[in-house]
Design a protein around this ligand. Structure first.
Ligand SMILES: [Zn+2]
Length: 452
C-alpha cells in the first residue's frame, strides 16, 4: 500500500512538472506567437522613380523575408534575405525592377516575413502581405488660365487655374513666405479659383501653384503677377498715462500675470502678446475656403460706415514711445473710419457670420465670410446685432460703432482678411479695382474655358 501511494505521488509530481514545462514553453519569448508586422499601404501608387518603402517589425526578431512583384503575367523576386542576426526592425526600399515592364499599369506586391520564434514546430510565425500597385508616371496637368494682372504689397489678387490628375492627392498655392493658399472648384470640372494676398510684412512676393498625385508626381505653375510695391506709413505715438492706466489696464485685467507688471510691461503685454492672440484667432477663423463650386463672385465695393472719414491707415507701422523712449511697435491691420458716435455699421455684401464676440484689443467684433476665403471684420463695436451662424444680406445693419477694445475714441476698425492674411481694405472698397481684378478675371476665364 505504501509503495503504491508513493508511486502515485511521483506520477503526480511528474505530471505537474510536464505541465509547468509546457506552460513555460507556451509563455516564453522563444515560443512567442505574434506574427511580424508588415507596414506598407494596401494600395500603392508608384511613379517608378522613388523606391517603395516597406517597414518590417517583430518583437522577437525577423529571421527571413521575401519580396515578390507580379506584373499580371510574370513574377519576380525583388529581394530575399535570411538574416544571421535576427532584427526587430527592418526598413527596406524596393527599387524599380530593371527588366520588368508594367503594360497593364498595375502590379501586385507580395511580402513574406518569418520571425525567429520556435513556435509552430520551430518554423516561426509567418506574415504574408499583399498590396496592389498602380503605376502612375504622369504628373498632374496644371496650368494658369487667368489671373489679376498685378498684386500690390499689402493687397489681394485672383488666380484661376486648371488642375487634373487620375490620382490627384493635393494642390495649393505656395508662397515665398510660408503661407499656402487654397483654391475652390471653379465653373467646370478640373478648374479652380483662389484669392491670394501679399502680407504687408513681406518685402517680396512669389506664388507658385503646386499639384501632387498619389504616386509622388509633382507639377508646378508660376503665377505671373506684376508686382507693385507700395509704401505704408510709419507713425510715432506718444503714450499718455491716462491711456496706460485706463484702457490698457482695463484690457490687462483679465490676465492675472499682468498684476505684478509696471505700466510699460503691461502695455507691451497688451500691444504685443494680447494683440498676437487676438490676431491669431482672426487668422484661424479666416483660413477656411468654402468648397462649393464658384461660378461667379459678385462683390460690391464695401462701404461699411456712411460718411465715415478715415482716421487711421491700413498697414501703418506704429512705434510707441513713453517719455521719449521707444517701448513697443505694431502694425495696424485695418482701416479706421469714424462718423458720429454709435453709428450704424452695414454689411455691403452678403455672407455668413463666422464670429461675433469679444476679441481683446478688437473689442466686440463680428466677422463675416463672403466666400472664396474673403472675410471682413468690424472691431470696437458698442453693440452687435448678428450672431455666429447668421446669414446676412446686402445692406443689413450688423452693429454700431463704439470704443470697446484698445481705442481712444468711437470709431470702426474695418478689416479685410484673405485666407488668414490682412489686406488693404481700400482695394475692396474700390468698385473699379474689384471689376478689373476680380470680376473681369472670372468672366474672361469662363470665356477661355468655354472656347476649349
Ligand atoms: Zn484700427
Amino acid at each position: 500500500m505504501r509503495n503504491r501511494s508513493k508511486g502515485i505521488y511521483i506520477a503526480l509530481a511528474l505530471l505537474g512538472l510536464a505541465g509547468f514545462g509546457g506552460y513555460s514553453i507556451y509563455t516564453s519569448t522563444a515560443f512567442e506567437r505574434e506574427a511580424p508586422i508588415v507596414e506598407v499601404a494596401d494600395e500603392i501608387y508608384w511613379n517608378l522613380k522613388e523606391p517603395i518603402r516597406v517597414s518590417l517589425r517583430d518583437n522577437t526578431g525577423i529571421k527571413s523575408y521575401k519580396i515578390t512583384i507580379f506584373n499580371g503575367s510574370k513574377e519576380k523576386i525583388i529581394d530575399m534575405q535570411k538574416l544571421e542576426q535576427p532584427k526587430r526592425e527592418l526598413n527596406l526600399s524596393i527599387a524599380v525592377p530593371v527588366d520588368m515592364e508594367f503594360p497593364k499599369g498595375r502590379a501586385e506586391l507580395l511580402i513574406e516575413v518569418q520571425d525567429k520564434s520556435y513556435w509552430n514546430y520551430f518554423l516561426g510565425n509567418k506574415s504574408l502581405k499583399r498590396s496592389k500597385i498602380y503605376i502612375d508616371t504622369k504628373k498632374p496637368d496644371l496650368y494658369v488660365v487667368n489671373n489679376s494682372y498685378a498684386i500690390t504689397k499689402g493687397g489681394s489678387a485672383l488666380v484661376i487655374f486648371h488642375c487634373r490628375d487620375e490620382n490627384l492627392k493635393d494642390f495649393y498655392i505656395r508662397t515665398n513666405f510660408g503661407i499656402r493658399f487654397r483654391a475652390a472648384p471653379f465653373y467646370k470640372d478640373g478648374y479652380y479659383v483662389a484669392l491670394v494676398a501679399w502680407p504687408i510684412t513681406q518685402s517680396k512676393f512669389k506664388a507658385t501653384i503646386v499639384a501632387l498625385d498619389k504616386a509622388g508626381n509633382r507639377a508646378k505653375a508660376h503665377i505671373p503677377f506684376y508686382l507693385k510695391n507700395r509704401r505704408y506709413r510709419t507713425s510715432k505715438i506718444e503714450l499718455k498715462d491716462s491711456f496706460l492706466d485706463g484702457k490698457v489696464a482695463e484690457l490687462a485685467e483679465d490676465y492675472p500675470e499682468t498684476r505684478s507688471m509696471d505700466r510699460i510691461e503691461r502695455f507691451k503685454f497688451v500691444n504685443e502678446k494680447l494683440r498676437m492672440m487676438n490676431e491669431q484667432l482672426i487668422h484661424t477663423i479666416a483660413q477656411k475656403v468654402p468648397q462649393e463650386r464658384v461660378t461667379q463672385f459678385k462683390i460690391k465695393a464695401f462701404y461699411p460706415l456712411k460718411n465715415g472719414a478715415k482716421v487711421a491707415d491700413f498697414g501703418d507701422h506704429r512705434y510707441y514711445y513713453y517719455r521719449g523712449r521707444l517701448v513697443s511697435e505694431a502694425y495696424h491691420m485695418g482701416l479706421d473710419l469714424a462718423s458720429t458716435k454709435m453709428a450704424d455699421i452695414i454689411a455691403s455684401n452678403p455672407g455668413k457670420v463666422v464670429f461675433s464676440d469679444y476679441n481683446g484689443i478688437y473689442g466686440n467684433m463680428p466677422m463675416i465670410s463672403h466666400g472664396l476665403g474673403l472675410y471682413t471684420l468690424y472691431a470696437h463695436c458698442s453693440s452687435v446685432f448678428v450672431r455666429k451662424g447668421d446669414s446676412v444680406s446686402r445692406g443689413k445693419r450688423i452693429a454700431k460703432t463704439g470704443r470697446t477694445g484698445l481705442v481712444l475714441g468711437d470709431h470702426l476698425h474695418f478689416g479685410v482678411v484673405v485666407q488668414g492674411v490682412e489686406v488693404r481694405p481700400e482695394e475692396w472698397m474700390d468698385r473699379r479695382w474689384i471689376k478689373l481684378n476680380i470680376e473681369d478675371i472670372i468672366e474672361d476665364a469662363k470665356k477661355l474655358i468655354d472656347s476649349k
